[in-house]
Design a protein around this ligand. Structure first.
Ligand code: SAH
Ligand code: SF4
Length: 381
């Protein structure tokens, strides 16, 4: 089996090249062809020595993920379903905005954490993605969008590890993928614009601080251990006090001077004003003024969840109480919900192959107009 070069960050690729008698600068050239130009064919890499191109053909390949479907939302959001084999698929979502383009990337097929309110959690855990499968989502999306928009400049400016899976439970594969996103010879993204979202794997938060500090978002969802134990089962292992202490430690290394806490608004479960006050007390005990921001996510329903989203006025009241206490609070706009691309709706299960085939067939009919309209509007702004 040849090596898939998407699996390597630049250091890994340099080591691979050295093992085959090639100098580091060759690895840099190769890395740039792959990630900056989107090339997969060694023969097309015109400034690489012919002998090297020939050698690579025998030992290596650049293999992305097959796209099982592409759906475009009315708001311009695009969701791709990638086939990762064995009946599993993962999803990536592109969210165009006036001042940025964000790609939401998956780290696992399914998820073992099993949060109550999450479609991926309900589906269970299938397997970890490889580094190559994580970066392949960005590699594909970035170069697809550039081709589509007929432009050479970068389209994706931000990456959030908020697709399917718990990134910090797939740490070994996550870090090389993050490094490739940040590398100037790769995607050159700023550390502040790459966000890892975690349900709270405490030891790995510390490791991320040491190995590859990027922006951190932590899925909180509850002001007490009792409630969080029920919503995010991982809380039984790493309770709130430990989690918040790890967040404080992370701040010393973080590219931003705050941690973002995500809080999914569930009607009658975690959305009362009394709970907002408990949350304020918890966050005040845990750190100095301004050490965190809160992002309220209206719950996105999915079949069989048995939960409903808080009413808009309840979300507003909750946000107001927090805001008055000096905690910067935003309410996340829901994007792509008409194509089930919103937070927590991703459940790329393709155990039934005929279903995938159906989706591929449908995909051909999907127009890109809503996406083009959004990009055009963004350019005019
Ligand atoms: N596993 C990581 C990252 C993926 S989930 C984590 O849990 O942080 C990304 C975000 O979507 C998390 O904050 C998660 O709590 C939230 N989320 C999950 N299901 C949701 C749903 N049905 N509605 C709204 N947000 C949801
Ligand atoms: Fe996993 Fe995150 Fe979903 Fe929880 S919210 S089940 S950690 S993907």
């Amino acid at each position: 089996m040849t090596a898939n070069l998407l699996d390597f960050d630049l250091d890994g690729l340099a080591a691979f090249c050295e093992r085959h008698g090639e100098k580091r600068f060759r690895a840099t050239q190769l890395f740039r062809w792959i990630h900056q130009k989107g090339a997969a064919d060694f023969d097309a890499m015109s400034d690489l020595a012919l002998s090297l191109r020939g050698k690579l053909g025998g030992i290596a390949r650049v293999e992305g993920l097959p796209v099982a479907s592409q759906q475009v939302s009315q708001d311009g959001t695009i969701k791709w379903l990638f086939d990762v084999g064995g009946g599993n698929a993962v999803e990536a979502v592109f969210i165009p905005e006036a001042d940025r383009g964000t790609l939401c990337v998956s780290s696992q097929a399914g998820c073992a954490v099993g949060c109550r309110f999450c479609a991926t959690g309900h589906q269970g855990f299938s397997r970890n993605l490889t580094s190559g499968e994580i970066i392949a989502q960005l590699w594909f999306a970035e170069h697809f969008l550039r081709r589509h928009l007929e432009q050479d400049e970068r389209v994706i400016s931000n990456v959030v590890m908020m697709g399917m899976g718990e990134p910090l439970q797939n740490y070994a594969a996550l870090v090389p993928a993050l490094k490739t996103m940040l590398d100037d010879h790769g995607y050159g993204l700023s550390r502040r614009r790459v966000t890892v979202s975690t349900s709270g794997v405490v030891p790995m938060i510390d490791r991320l601080a040491a190995d590859c500090p990027v922006a951190l978002a932590v899925s909180l969802h509850a002001p007490t251990d009792d409630l969080r134990d029920r919503l995010v089962p991982l809380n039984r292992k790493y309770p709130l006090a430990e989690l918040l202490a790890a967040c404080r430690r992370y701040l010393q290394h973080a590219p931003r001077d705050f941690i973002t806490f995500e809080y999914c608004m569930l009607a009658g479960v975690n959305d009362s004003v009394a709970q907002a006050k408990e949350l304020i007390a918890l966050l005040r005990r845990a750190g100095p003024d301004g050490w965190c921001k809160l992002n309220l996510i209206p719950f996105n329903p999915f079949p069989g969840s048995g939960l409903t989203c808080s009413a808009p006025n309840q979300v507003a009241a909750f946000a107001e109480v927090l805001g008055e206490a000096g905690i910067v609070t935003t309410v996340r706009k829901t994007r792509g919900d008409d194509i089930a691309a919103a937070c927590g709706q991703l459940a790329g299960d393709v155990r039934d192959r005929t279903h995938v085939q159906g989706r591929i067939a449908r995909q051909r009919a999907v127009p890109l107009q809503p996406f083009e309209a959004t990009m055009a509007a963004a350019k005019e702004d």
